[in-house]
Design a protein around this ligand. Structure first.
Ligand code: GCO
Ligand code: MG
Length: 404
């Protein structure tokens, strides 16, 4: 018998930061939840879902996940884009949650079962200077992490990427009108190898180290950075140059053997088609919440597998615990898994989104609960109304607006 969608609701909440959740309920009383959070543009996705998607969902067969994906993607006529794809992701994730709950299985079982024992995650270490960064790296290694992303304030640069303001935990979307930061690429390029040298001297080569350049370099600067970091054997160097122009990575690739990761802002397989088919990257960073859900992420991973490219899903606090849970089922079951980012959420967020996933000794597990194992406490969510919060913008020292 067909199980129909009878209700779909959009829930916007701000337990420490904003999240957009879609909750879909079916005729047999089962519900599923999906994440459609787009940092700084949350209400655009909420309105897209509410006004343009929810009316089309009511009465549809909840079991037809691929058909619903195609219906929303092709049916919009206006394909792709972060807002559309985050909305489709929310629907897709909720439908996979429902299907797995109805099958009484944790989602990874429906996706083909475990390909590994646990999902290796990396987390963030940072510091206002090298000494603080080294403490932060050691602290995260003590917590059990086997892979750590390192970011440090750059001497002479007012606001380097990835560094907390004051002693608050790092959360970049922190102002109701974007804060303006000042950036200098030459100072950063001189400092980055010194930072990495200090970290390797402290922790040796057994810990995987990652670094994020956050789209701030030209291809030739990116090539120079990759070269200057080769001796420190990074796990990956991320977002060295903006990837709208996929061809730009050819130049970087020709000059360095440092592994490259890119794609946290991608929302479609077409965003990485050339990067993957020409083997210009080693890891693709697309996430369940921003790249069309589990259905589209599996397509990206299968395509990447053909070319030896691995997954490295985006997992900062701006994707909700629902995306994190879904990503862990995906990561456990996909053959070409590389690594998963893990930036723990604050206590309020964790309370609003009760979840089955756990972290132990460098690995995460999605848990054995039927579905993806993450829920939303709607009553509690209602106590945290939406607050407009934007990411900063960056300017060069001469005032030119730059990439943040
Ligand atoms: C990363 C990131 C993020 C982004 C953030 C923007 O985790 O690698 O670069 O922290 O800055 O997702 O919304
Ligand atoms: Mg990044």
């Amino acid at each position: 018998m067909e199980t129909k969608i009878i209700d779909a609701r959009v829930i916007v909440t701000c337990p420490g930061r904003n999240f957009v959740t879609l909750k879909i309920t079916t005729t047999d009383g089962v519900y599923g939840v999906g994440d459609g959070t787009l940092n700084g543009r949350e209400l655009a996705v909420a309105a897209y879902l509410q006004e343009h998607v929810v009316p089309c969902l009511i009465g549809r067969d909840a079991d037809r996940i691929e058909d619903t994906w195609q219906y929303l993607y092709r049916g919009a006529y206006w394909r792709r884009g972060p807002v559309t794809m985050a909305a489709i992701a929310a629907v897709d994730t909720a439908l996979w949650d429902i299907k797995a709950k109805r099958a009484n299985m944790p989602l990874y079982q429906l996706l083909g079962g475990k390909c590994r024992e646990g999902v290796t995650v990396y987390t963030h270490a940072n510091g206002h200077d090298i000494a603080q960064l080294l403490d932060s790296v050691s602290h995260h290694i003590e917590l059990g992490y086997k892979a750590v992303r390192v970011q440090c304030a750059v001497p002479g640069v007012a606001d380097a990427y990835g560094i907390p303001h004051g002693d608050k935990p790092y959360e970049p979307a922190d102002a109701s009108i974007p804060r303006e930061e000042v950036w200098s690429t030459p100072k950063y390029l001189r400092f980055a190898p010194k930072m990495m040298e200090a970290v390797r001297a402290k922790v040796g080569f057994d810990v995987a180290l990652l670094h994020d350049a956050h789209h701030r370099l030209t291809p030739i600067e990116a090539a120079a950075l990759g070269k200057s970091l080769e001796e420190f054997r990074l796990f990956w160097l991320e977002d060295v140059t903006p990837a709208e122009n996929q061809e730009a990575f050819q130049l970087v690739r020709q000059h360095t053997t440092t592994p490259l990761a890119v794609g946290e802002v991608f929302n479609s397989i077409f965003d990485c088609q050339q990067l993957i088919s020409e083997r210009l990257i080693d890891y693709v960073r697309a996430s369940v919440a921003h790249a069309g859900g589990i259905t589209h992420m599996r397509r990206i991973a299968s395509f990447a597998e053909l070319y030896g490219v691995k997954t490295g899903c985006h997992g900062p606090t701006d994707v909700s615990p629902i995306c994190m849970g879904a990503a862990l089922h995906f990561g456990l079951s996909v053959p070409n898994f590389g690594i998963q980012e893990h930036m723990p959420h604050c206590a309020e967020t964790d309370e609003v989104f009760p979840h089955a996933y756990t972290f132990n000794d460098g690995y995460m597990q999605p848990g054995e609960q039927p579905g993806h194992g993450v829920d939303i406490d709607e009553k509690l969510a209602a106590r945290f109304p939406y607050k407009r919060m934007y990411l900063p913008v960056a300017r060069l020292e001469d005032g030119t607006l730059f990439n943040w």
